[in-house]
Design a protein around this ligand. Structure first.
Ligand SMILES: NC(=O)c1ccc[n+]([C@@H]2O[C@H](COP(=O)([O-])OP(=O)(O)OC[C@H]3O[C@@H](n4cnc5c(N)ncnc54)[C@H](OP(=O)(O)O)[C@@H]3O)[C@@H](O)[C@H]2O)c1
Length: 333
């Protein structure tokens, strides 16, 4: 099969077209004819060698998110059949090939039927970020109707789904953005208030929107040093969720405010082969929410083919892209 793989870590130029054998499937796996994938920050970190311990072996096929059509099923697979349109975050990490190829093997537990109303490109933007937002807000923070929820990174991959899930539950949703254009986007996604974090300090917006009390839940998708802002924005005994905590932080505010901090790491089921079924279940729920009009992906307007993956990574790294960057499975210029 055709694939775009890397044989060393490095910049956007390490991606190379290659011919690789179509992988064999085991009893609990399916072979997906890949239609599309999307870029997540972890794909870039793996390509750069920043998280080499979780990278697939060379030649490494990257990207976890996939949307496509089932080409073959293993002996024990009953939930899916050949021809089914599916999606999932199912590889591109240690021990598991990724989606930048004609075919991808997926553990059947990690996938779900694709939302019918979305294109393959739109669908491929959803899996990793939806699972992360779900695990953070629904499972860990147990968000409830009426709670004040602050989402840092409201138009980001995880953030734009978190905004919509919080709204679906009935929370009051506040989302941070860096521009007027992004403010319009989060309001269209359903946020009650957009907060330009470049123009308003934490003290100012906590005073304005919570009467100085703080938010019930703060979902911080920026992380590291921004965690201090998240601690500051949370109410006494409130909850903070982080997706990025690869730094040393002072826990004084966490202690003095009695906060609960949840750290989400959605790669665990793939890396440790633990409770993978739950990821397939989350994606089934998300597909239902898409069909019911509660969740819609924010797709970047630039479309790329697999052959252009290096350019697409550079665009994602530029920090100028709004919305998820999707790539179509095409291997020629
Ligand atoms: N642990 C896990 O399981 C897990 C899962 C998914 C993602 N992640 C990590 O979580 C992070 C976010 O992922 P993502 O896919 O949502 O990335 P993303 O699409 O790049 O979104 C990040 C958002 O953060 C905002 N931002 C950047 N700097 C900011 C600042 N100083 N203050 C407030 N907002 C800021 C950006 O928008 P503005 O224009 O508004 O600044 C952007 O929308 C990445 O580091 C990723 O690796 C971890």
């Amino acid at each position: 099969m055709k694939a775009i793989a890397i044989e060393q870590f490095g910049d956007k130029n390490v991606f190379q077209p290659m011919d690789i054998s179509i992988p064999c499937i085991e009893a609990n796996q399916v072979l997906i004819r890949v239609a599309a994938t999307s870029i997540n920050p972890v794909d870039i970190k793996i390509r750069q060698g920043l998280v080499a311990d979780i990278a697939p072996d060379f030649p490494a096929i990257l990207h976890g998110d996939v949307a496509g059509v089932i080409e073959a099923v293993g002996n024990e697979v009953t939930k899916f059949k050949v021809g089914d349109e599916v999606y999932g975050c199912a590889g591109g990490v240690k021990g598991m090939g990724g989606a930048l190829a004609e075919y991808m093997v997926a553990d059947v537990d990690l996938i779900a039927h694709k939302p019918k109303s979305l294109s393959m490109l739109e669908t491929a933007t959803l899996p990793l970020v939806s699972i992360t937002a779900w695990e953070g807000l629904i499972d860990r923070a147990k968000v409830q109707a009426g709670q004040k929820v602050l989402i840092y990174g409201g138009t980001g991959g995880v953030g734009h789904i978190a905004v919509q899930l919080a709204k679906w539950v009935g929370a009051e949703v506040y989302a941070t953005v860096s521009s007027e254009e992004k403010a319009d986007i989060v309001l269209n996604l359903g946020a009650d208030v957009a907060i330009n974090y470049r123009q308003t300090s934490v003290e100012e917006f906590v005073a304005e929107y919570t009467n100085d009390c703080g938010f019930d839940i703060v979902f911080d998708t920026v992380g590291n040093d921004n965690l201090q802002n998240a601690f500051q924005a949370a109410k006494l005994n409130g909850t903070v969720i982080s997706t990025v905590s690869l730094s040393k932080q002072d826990l004084t505010l966490l202690h003095s405010k009695g906060l609960t901090l949840h750290l989400v790491y959605m790669l665990i089921p793939m890396l440790w082969n633990s409770n993978r079924t739950y990821h397939g279940q989350i994606l089934s729920r998300v597909a239902d929410l898409v069909e019911a009009g509660h969740v819609h992906p924010l797709l970047n307007s630039k479309l790329f083919s697999f052959i252009d993956v290096g350019t697409a990574h550079a665009y994602a790294e530029s920090g100028t892209a709004t919305g998820k960057i999707a790539l179509k499975a095409a291997f020629n210029d």
